[in-house]
Design a protein around this ligand. Structure first.
Ligand code: CA
Length: 222
């Protein structure tokens, strides 16, 4: 299996540091500094995952991400220097799989890369026991129907559209309510809490809906 990781980063020292850590973890990192070189490289080398910096010479990370998504579902982790930027990026629905904020610890990046590759593995996807029936407004886990409110159902169905992808609270509120000015961030947290409790009644030992600090929530690929 390919262990190639592409690091797209125009700060050479940072790129080298990341490459060192990834190499030590058994990956084969390559570094590209110019956004314009990414798409042709990915077509030729089919990496297992891409760490994509947002601010790049040549072509910015957002537009590179969009281009990649036209032909590849390789896991993409966007890297940005500002945490506030992440909410904006999420709103653009670029199709990235995760977001990392600078400054980061290289150790944390390696852990994140491993986690993403684990959940991107085809074997993991096939074992999902979650079933969503949109017309019936019914969801079941491991064959057991979950007793959900309509809002909880919409929340779960939204997260389940892209397992592993992070949704911000704003994005979730847009999907849960026609007019989300009347609700607060807290409301989403409360519904997530209730949904987790109901899912834990079926599968106690697994955190199926994961909080992503400062960003929102994602459904783990089961
Ligand atoms: Ca940069």
């Amino acid at each position: 299996m390919s262990r190639k990781i592409l690091i797209v980063e125009d700060e050479p020292q940072l790129a080298e540091l990341l490459a060192d850590y990834l190499r030590a973890a058994g990956f084969e990192p390559s570094v590209i500094q110019d956004g314009r070189e990414v798409v042709p490289w990915v077509r030729d080398h089919a990496p297992e995952l891409i760490l994509l910096d947002l601010m790049l010479p040549g072509e910015d990370g957002m537009s590179v991400c969009r281009e990649l998504r036209r032909f590849s579902d390789v896991p993409i982790v966007m890297v940005t220097a500002r945490v506030e930027e992440i909410d904006r990026l999420l709103g653009l629905e670029l199709g990235a799989d995760d977001y990392i904020c600078k400054p980061f610890s290289p150790r944390e990046v390696v852990a994140r890369v491993k986690a993403i590759l684990r959940r991107a593995a085809p074997a993991a996807r096939q074992t999902t026991g979650l079933e969503i029936e949109p017309q019936a407004y019914r969801a079941s886990l491991d064959g057991q129907v979950l007793d959900l409110t309509p809002v909880e159902f919409r929340l779960l169905a939204t997260l389940a559209e892209h397992p592993g992808r992070v949704f911000s609270r704003d994005q979730l509120m847009d999907r849960l309510y026609e007019d989300h000015r009347v609700v607060t961030d807290r409301t989403v947290d409360t519904h997530v809490k209730n949904l987790r409790r109901k899912m834990a009644a079926v599968r106690a030992d697994e955190e199926i809906i994961r909080s992503v600090y400062g960003v929102g929530y994602r459904l783990e690929a089961l």
